[in-house]
Ligand binder design. Structure first.
Ligand SMILES: *Cc1c(COP(=O)(O)O)cnc(C)c1O
Length: 434
């Protein structure tokens, strides 16, 4: 080999040397050694392949490092689906994020700082839930709504019957079927009525000594139209057995925008013994299962050994309390955003992009609440329409839109206005391929 031009592979810095670089060392402190070492190894390989100069190894490795030690990355949800299950459902409010941060270390989740003794777990979150739902005698929060149903079914109906309408044996998504979940608890499902019509008399005929409770489930992701009938919560409550109502979305009180969506206050006023709901749907909080209603039944649930396996962690308790007590969460603001404001944002964004030569147009469109609730409800919205081939490069920049009629729409109803600038930057970067 030519002695004046040594093999470039020999010039690639050794791993120890790269790890000694102060910025790389700082990255090790932030992200841990394995992640950084892997990035360094990949950069060394690129240098050996001649893709980067050997002197660039540290810089290249630093550029490839993630922001966090976890692989979950923040994305901008421009799909127009407010509660996008694949994108983490409800985004937390700033107040809830700060509460999570405060609870992340050691925190007084089960400790009374005044007495130095053990305190009731998550008392603040439960008090906030009760303050938000004055009609409830008591409240409990568990891991998610599925856990709330499992706990209710196990504690109140194992070895007995859950009386449920045939039209309400729903699949929530991704193969998760409510009847399978309930049957797994050892409770027997006593199905009544037909797919499209079920009356209070159907339930009444099925009640007996084996009844654990009557279950009413909100079909939150589909609608049955036409020749239909269902028993109301009030009719079921009049039958005498405990009535558990799974409202799904966690709406605390009626919302005029969502006339078909059940809410906690109405279900309790109509005589439900227990209401179950998710924390991360229309409530706008963290993943959680809310249980509200009868004090004696909730006591039974809390005393069941399974409760321990389903309880909520301190960070979710903190986020739930802050969601309930703090400023309106993003989901509520997005749901109620004025369409003219959305149009103005779309116009401003499109103008800014057209100025850079992008084929961008503001358009009217329809957003939806999503799998988390309000099936069939369309929310008037506005979007920036872009060439559809920008969809993949934008996803690479963590912006997810939806393709409709051959155009990529960035629907602004599901985007926090504070992210509009990030959208603009991402589109320009996607266009320039950097
Ligand atoms: C979403 C939903 C569930 C499941 O809730 P998770 O919080 O995801 O466990 C159960 N029932 C209904 C009616 C729902 O809409």
């Amino acid at each position: 080999m030519d002695p004046i031009r040594p093999d470039p592979r020999r010039l690639v810095p050794r791993t120890d040397a790269v790890l000694a670089d102060p910025q790389i060392a700082a990255a090790v402190a932030r992200l841990g050694r394995p992640l950084v070492k892997a990035a360094v190894a990949a950069a060394q390989q690129r240098a050996r392949d001649g893709a980067i100069p050997p002197a660039e190894v540290a810089r290249d490795a630093l550029a490839a490092l993630p922001d966090h030690a976890a692989s979950l990355r923040p994305v901008v949800n421009a799909t127009g689906v407010l509660l996008h299950t694949n994108l983490g459902r409800a985004p937390l409010s700033d107040a809830a994020r700060r509460a999570v941060e405060a609870a992340a270390g050691c925190a007084d989740v089960e400790y009374d700082l005044a007495t130095g003794r053990r305190g009731p777990r998550g008392a603040g979150a439960l008090a906030a839930l009760l303050a938000a739902c004055p009609a409830a005698e008591d409240a409990q929060a568990v891991n998610n709504n599925a856990a709330a149903l499992v706990l209710a079914a196990t504690a109140l109906a194992a070895g007995r019957e859950i009386v449920v309408g045939r039209g309400e044996l729903v699949e929530i998504g991704d193969g998760f079927r409510l009847p399978d979940l309930l049957a797994a608890t050892g409770a027997r499902l006593r199905e009544v009525g037909t797919t499209n019509r079920t009356t209070a008399a159907d339930y009444a005929a099925a009640l007996g000594p084996a009844t654990g409770f009557v279950l009413k489930v909100h079909p939150s992701n589909f609608r049955i139209e036409g020749f239909t009938a269902e028993a109301t919560v009030a009719e079921l409550a009049a039958l005498g057995a405990p009535v558990v109502v799974d409202i799904g979305s966690g709406l605390l009180r009626p919302d005029p925008l969502l006339p078909g969506e059940p809410d906690v206050a109405t279900a309790l006023a109509d005589g439900a013994s227990l209401v179950t709901a998710s924390g991360d749907k229309l409530l706008g909080g963290p993943q959680a299962g809310l249980l509200l209603g009868d004090r004696a039944l909730l006591g039974t649930l809390r005393r069941h050994p399974l409760y321990r396996a389903l309880r909520l962690d301190k960070m979710a308790l903190a986020a739930l309390e802050a969601t309930l007590r703090g400023p309106l969460p993003p989901v509520t603001r997005m749901l109620h955003a004025d369409v003219q404001d959305l149009r103005d944002r779309a116009a401003a964004l499109a103008t800014g992009l057209t100025g850079h030569g992008v084929d961008a147009r503001p358009v009217d469109c329809a957003a939806t609440v999503g799998g988390g609730g309000a099936p069939g409800v369309e929310l008037p919205s506005a979007a920036v329409a872009l060439p559809a081939d920008l969809a993949a490069p934008l996803r690479a920049r963590r912006v997810v839109g939806r393709v409709e009629n051959g155009r990529l729409l960035l629907d602004l109803r599901s985007v926090d206005p504070a992210d509009d600038t990030a959208l603009r930057t991402a589109v320009l970067a996607a266009l320039e391929g950097n």
